[in-house]
Write a protein that binds this ligand. Structure first.
Ligand code: HEM
Length: 124
């Protein structure tokens, strides 16, 4: 059952506002601004992603790991901290408390598993 205060419209607004802040961020902005040409398409894709995660809509079909891996060493653990802190402040500002908490918890889990996929190396 869906969490109170989360629907497609609110997710779309959240994604729009989050990526506006990401683009304006000194550390995160350049990576996204270099990588993304079609911003409306990216925002639509990320709204579909969060809709799949929070509303189990199945709207997102994609592969986040290769999408991040192709940016190689530009994406670092420090940037993940920055991303999460921006996500936490944006959700806290725009969403009802219960919704914000659920969105923050999901993002933390996904960031953890993305970082394992990107950064974990067995010793040679
Ligand atoms: C796509 C950067 C963290 C979810 C992208 C793209 C960039 C990017 C540049 C576009 C990929 C492309 O070139 O096609 C980053 C950076 C992060 C970060 C710098 C943190 C340091 C996250 C986190 C999530 C996430 C924590 C999820 C909670 C996605 C998704 C896509 C995406 C779903 C679309 C992948 C696809 O094409 O299907 N990200 N990202 N990202 N990111 Fe991130």
């Amino acid at each position: 059952t869906a969490i109170k205060g989360i629907d497609e419209r609110r997710l779309e607004k959240l994604v729009e506002s989050f990526y506006a802040r990401v683009r304006a961020d000194d550390a995160l902005g350049p990576i996204f601004n270099d990588a993304i040409n079609d911003w409306p398409e990216h925002l639509e894709k990320l709204t579909a992603f969060w809709s799949s995660v929070m509303l189990t809509s199945g709207r997102y079909k994609g592969q986040p790991v290769p999408a991040h891996r192709k940016h190689g060493e530009r994406i670092t653990p420090e940037l993940f901290e920055r991303w999460l802190s921006l996500w936490n402040s944006t959700t806290a500002e725009l969403m009802e408390p219960e919704a914000a908490a659920a969105l923050q918890a999901k993002a933390a889990r996904i960031a953890e598993s993305l970082q394992l996929a990107l950064f974990f190396k067995l010793p040679d």
